[in-house]
Design a protein around this ligand. Structure first.
Ligand code: FES
Length: 84
């Protein structure tokens, strides 16, 4: 099994932050902790991705996810990290 460090960039621009990424950030942090992924995954806040109308957004590697919520982010994380 190859472990490549992946990077999560969560938009903390004012639009995404106020529309849910504040809570999503907490869900992501808990997921990484619960799955012992804190060393394998780099979590960063990011300025606006200029994609506000499709926000909240977050990026994992080169993939941009739109309309992310604290409810659908777990499925996203599972699809990205479920087999790490
Ligand atoms: S604030 Fe998130 S894309 Fe603009």
């Amino acid at each position: 099994m190859t472990l490549l460090k992946k990077e999560i960039k969560i938009c903390l621009g004012s639009s995404c932050f106020s529309r849910g990424n504040k809570k999503t950030l907490q869900v992501v942090q808990k997921y990484l902790k619960d799955h012992q992924l804190e060393r394998e995954v780099i979590l960063k806040g990011n300025h606006c991705f200029s994609d506000c109308n499709k926000g909240p957004v977050l990026k994992i590697g080169s993939r941009l996810y739109e309309e992310v919520s604290d409810e659908n982010v777990l499925a996203i994380l599972e699809s990205e990290f479920g087999e790490m």
